[in-house]
Write a protein that binds this ligand. Structure first.
Ligand code: FAD
Length: 412
């Protein structure tokens, strides 16, 4: 093979599809079926306007509540603090308004191309029907939160030209009878596109890669070893040799990067989902985030998917889905929810760097290793455009966006 892509989430599958479409001999290797991990259970929103990354809370009152476990938005495993401290310290420093503006400027080139990049791959894969250009609502229960959010996040997002409309609860109800008027105001961000069934979208993109000639293989990326000038990986179908390797293992990527001598201030922000039967007569058609309530609600083929905010914990610690219990009553008040449809909550892990930018590019000390991970809360959004950028880097084409802000060694 020319290239072995390790990890078949939205990022790795998109890399493999772009490489295969250019005639590069590609193996896409995962220990599971494509798109069964983080890319499976997210909220399904392609959110180009989400340029301002979520910041670490700086208000001491909010921090105290987070430690006491009384916030719906955040859950913290105190026992994980020593391990998370190097990440949290840098994340806290990057969370100033100036830091978040810098990250916004660096994310914009990827985010502004995200919808077109999804369309290109999903149309070619025959799965364009998964895309629903509904936009999404941000709902604010309290006037204070609305004003606070509008003074910075929304204002920066609007300055990039994304379109939005401030709406009263009655105006929203006229479009979406399922949403009850139990809040102060909504902002409808219109450029976002909902993916109904993100796992299916990844399956389709991996299928496109296969139709273009990529080999889809089962194997453990941790068996990677040097072989001559290239690499060897063990798979269920036998050993694969490749000149170049792409690390696209999402939250598991650092299992491999440390063997190349790269230490990153990396952490995961865990999150859960649970599906509910629609409780009232009307079905929600536009996804929404309840900013004060700390959850996201999205219509999916299985029902209404409630996803939670951030849990700071060790990646592999046992699940503690307390945020589902904390947010469910508020979600039911807003949109009638019926019975829970999953036997237990799904747990996912958002792969994060402190500046909320992904790591994309060749390793300086091992040029035939390309990294593509760390897409934080927006990995579904940025997966396909990352795939194109990585294919540009590997084939030597003019890069679709300047990869400089995402270079792997930026924390050294
Ligand atoms: C609750 C929640 C809601 C979210 N909502 C959104 C949203 O609305 N919009 C958005 O853009 N993003 C959202 N995200 C973020 C997004 O889901 C992630 O950023 C994205 O899925 C990461 O994709 P990935 O391909 O890097 O990782 P993954 O999808 O995790 O893929 C990594 C792959 O590597 C494989 N792997 C791991 N270890 C090995 C190994 N040793 N050998 C072989 N294979 C291995 C795994 O099986 C997996 O298939 C959300 C995340 C969560 C948790």
């Amino acid at each position: 093979m020319d290239v072995a892509v390790l990890g078949a989430g939205i990022v790795g599958s998109s890399v493999a599809a772009h490489l295969a479409m250019r005639g590069v001999r590609t193996a896409l290797i995962d220990r599971r079926e494509p798109g069964r991990e983080t890319s499976f259970g997210n909220a399904g929103l392609i959110e180009p306007s989400g340029v301002v990354p979520l910041g670490f809370p700086r208000d001491p009152a909010v921090l105290v509540k987070a430690v006491l476990g009384t916030l719906p938005q955040v859950n913290l495993h105190l026992s994980a603090l020593p391990a998370l401290a190097p990440f949290l310290w840098r994340y806290w420093r990057q969370s100033s308004q100036a830091g978040r503006r810098r990250s916004a400027a660096a994310l914009f080139p990827l985010l502004s191309r995200a919808v077109a990049a999804h369309r290109e791959l999903l149309d070619k894969a025959g799965a364009g029907h998964l895309l629903h250009p509904t936009g999404f609502y941000r709902l604010y229960r309290s006037p204070r939160t609305f004003e606070h959010h509008f003074a910075f996040e929304s204002q920066v997002e609007a300055s990039y030209g994304f379109s939005y409309q401030i709406m009263s609860p009655d105006e929203v109800a006229a479009r979406e009878p399922a949403i009850r008027p139990v809040y102060h105001k909504a902002v409808w961000w219109k450029d976002s596109v909902a993916v109904r069934s993100p796992g299916e979208a990844v399956t389709a993109i991996a299928g496109l890669a296969a139709r273009q000639g990529a080999a889809l293989l089962r194997g453990d990326a941790r068996t990677l070893s040097r072989s001559g000038g290239g690499f060897r990986v063990e798979t269920a179908e036998g050993e694969v040799e490749a000149d170049t390797v792409v690390v696209a293992l999402g939250p598991w990527s650092t299992d491999l990067t440390e063997q190349f001598g790269l230490r990153l201030p990396f952490a995961v922000k865990r999150g859960y989902h649970m599906h509910f039967e629609p409780g009232g007569g009307a079905m929600l058609t536009t996804p929404l985030v309840d900013i004060d309530g700390g959850y996201f609600l999205a219509p999916m083929p299985r029902g209404l998917r409630l996803t939670t905010g951030v849990e700071f914990a060790r990646r592999d610690a046992p699940p503690t889905p307390v945020q589902i219990a904390r947010t469910r009553p508020m979600a039911s008040e807003l949109v009638p929810l019926g019975a829970a449809l999953d036997p237990e909550p799904w747990l996912g892990r958002r792969p994060c760097l402190p500046d909320s930018l992904p790591v994309i590019g060749r390793l300086k000390r091992a040029e035939n290793v390309v990294l593509a991970f760390g897409h934080q809360h927006l990995g579904l959004t940025m997966g396909p455009i990352t795939g194109r950028l990585v294919a540009d880097i590997i084939t030597g084409a003019a890069p679709v966006v300047d990869p400089e802000p995402y270079r792997p060694e930026r924390f050294a």
